[in-house]
Design a protein around this ligand. Structure first.
Ligand SMILES: C[S@@+](CC[C@H](N)C(=O)[O-])C[C@H]1O[C@@H](n2cnc3c(N)ncnc32)[C@H](O)[C@@H]1O
Length: 224
């Protein structure tokens, strides 16, 4: 932790000034590196798996939980990964530093659910974070939100439906009722989760110009 974290820590930047590609070695030729962000990576299992299969993509991970950061660092060291940078703190600081339209994908996987009504305001997904996500994500970028708490899934759907920079498209993946061919109309009120009370629900919101796609799958694991 003492030796690797300082090398991989994302330096503080002025609001909106951080080009995340500058944190990584340039790719050969003129190709521009994609950079994804994972918010609340826990022990870093998903982040490590993604980074291992896509070495040309840069990955930013934000996590205040020290044991999680230590676990991620152990994984980075064990697999000699060069494409992860870490913000060991609140993801909202990092989001504020990031330049507009600089991120090609965001993963928010099983965020703290804060199930009691009086604690809902502590949920990571709220109007202000959705606005920040819309600012830092490139057109076409993907926001993958996963939760097994139905109330949090509905909460996220409702807030996303109100976000001007996002517009619902059709769910793809697990929900065959609304195939991803764009030909069928969305259900009234936007896409709804399939009710399987014990199923894990994963929503992928794709920001595409002014559009996002809800995607539902029922397995916890690395998406396609
Ligand atoms: C329920 S855990 C899920 C961890 C991991 N994503 C997984 O699926 O196993 C939620 C994580 O989000 C982190 N977290 C909570 N608030 C955060 C914030 N504002 N910024 C970054 N991470 C946060 C917590 O420390 C915790 O590790």
């Amino acid at each position: 932790m003492a030796s690797l974290l300082p090398r991989l820590a994302i330096p503080k930047a002025e609001p909106g000034q951080l080009d995340p590609r500058s944190l990584f070695a340039p790719l050969p030729g003129s190709s521009q590196r994609d950079v994804r962000l994972e918010i609340g990576f826990g022990g870093g299992e998903h982040l490590l798996a993604r980074a291992a299969v896509s070495s040309e993509t840069g990955y930013l991970g934000a996590e205040p939980f020290v044991n999680g950061v230590a676990k991620l660092l152990a994984g980075i060291h064990a697999h000699d990964l060069q494409n992860i940078r870490i913000h060991h703190d609140d993801a909202r600081d990092l989001m504020e530093w990031l330049a507009p339209a600089s991120i090609t994908g965001v993963d928010i996987l099983y965020p703290d659910p804060w199930p009691k009504s009086r604690h809902h305001k502590r949920r990571f997904i709220r109007t202000s974070t959705i606005a920040e996500l819309g600012r830092i994500m490139r057109p076409g970028a993907e926001l993958l939100f996963a939760s097994d708490i139905e109330d949090y899934v509905r909460w996220t759907q409702d807030l996303m439906a109100d976000a001007a920079e996002f517009q619902p498209v059709h769910p793809v993946g697990g929900d065959q009722r609304h195939p991803p061919d764009g030909k069928r109309p969305s259900p009234p009120g936007g896409c709804r989760p399939i009710s399987h009370s014990n199923a894990l629900k994963r929503f992928s919101l794709v920001l595409s110009g002014n559009a996002y796609i809800f995607q539902q799958t029922f397995n916890k694991g690395i998406p396609r």
